[in-house]
Design a protein. Structure first.
Length: 122
């Protein structure tokens, strides 16, 4: 993990519980962290979660399903932690197509952005 010093890291879903804790640790390790979160209701994203490092991270309010945004955000990053996803069980049962869209198409959009714009990212 010490090799993250000075590295550019993109964390999707970085304002949720797991993502925000990862971002805090990445900052402590010296990484330059960019957080992407769409802040959909009932998904756990909250700026309070990164309060202790808010001045040392960049936050982008965007959706992993947005190809233009992902194409831009993956450029120049060394590492990507993809934690974005629809996590509300009730919502997934009420609207399974949206669940599929967020969790599957969102992942494919991110992977395609990396394939086209930053094959070297890990």
């Amino acid at each position: 993990m010490k090799n993250l010093q000075g590295k550019k890291v993109l964390v999707t879903g970085g304002l949720g519980f797991i993502g925000s804790n990862l971002c805090i640790e990445l900052v402590k390790l010296g990484a330059h962290v960019t957080i992407v979160d769409n802040m959909l209701p009932r998904q756990g994203g909250n700026l309070f979660n990164i309060k202790e490092v808010e001045d040392r991270v960049q936050v982008q309010f965007s959706d992993v399903r947005n190809q233009l945004s992902m194409n831009y955000l993956v450029r120049g990053v060394d590492y990507v932690f993809h934690l974005a996803g629809q996590v509300n069980h009730v919502d997934s049962m009420r609207n399974p197509l949206q669940d599929l869209d967020i969790n599957c198409r969102g992942t494919l959009v991110l992977l395609e952005a990396l394939r086209l714009n930053n094959k070297a990212a890990r």
